[in-house]
Ligand binder design. Structure first.
Ligand code: SF4
Ligand code: SF4
Length: 107
C-alpha cells in the first residue's frame, strides 16, 4: 500500500507533508509533489498534515482519483527527492480547491 498525492496539490504545494515523512518519499516537480509508492511505508503521518487535503491512502481513492496512483509512481521516478519544506507559492491559497487543475500540471 502507499499514500498518493492528488490534484488539489497542484499549484498549492504547501509542503507541510514533507517535514513529517520519515522515509523521504516525496519528490518535487515545478508545481506539484508526488509520493514514491516503492518508498512509502504507510505511516499515515502525511495525510492529516496536508492543509489542502490532497493526500489519501490508495485504499481510499475514489474511482476518479485512481489515475493519480500511476501519476505519482511515474513522476517520482523523474523528479528529485524533497525532504525539507520550502516557502509555498505566494498564490497557493488562491488555488486551493480550484477544480480541474490537472491541466496546469508542469512536468
Ligand atoms: S502539504 Fe499537501 S498541498 Fe502541500 S505539498 Fe504536501 S500534498 Fe501538496
Ligand atoms: S504515509 Fe508516511 S511514508 Fe508514506 S508518504 Fe506519507 S509520511 Fe511518507
Amino acid at each position: 500500500m502507499t499514500f498518493v498525492v492528488l490534484e488539489n496539490c497542484i499549484k498549492c504545494k504547501y509542503m507541510d507533508c514533507v517535514d513529517v515523512c520519515p522515509v523521504d518519499c516525496f519528490h518535487e516537480g515545478p508545481n506539484f509533489l508526488v509520493i514514491d509508492p516503492d518508498e512509502c511505508i504507510d505511516c499515515t503521518l502525511c495525510e492529516p498534515e496536508c492543509p489542502a487535503e490532497a493526500i489519501l491512502s490508495e485504499d481510499d481513492l475514489a474511482p476518479d482519483q485512481e489515475s493519480y496512483l500511476q501519476l505519482n509512481e511515474e513522476l517520482s521516478q523523474q523528479w528529485p527527492v524533497i525532504n525539507a519544506s520550502k516557502e509555498p507559492p505566494e498564490d497557493a491559497a488562491e488555488w486551493d480547491g480550484v477544480p480541474d487543475k490537472l491541466q496546469y500540471l508542469e512536468k
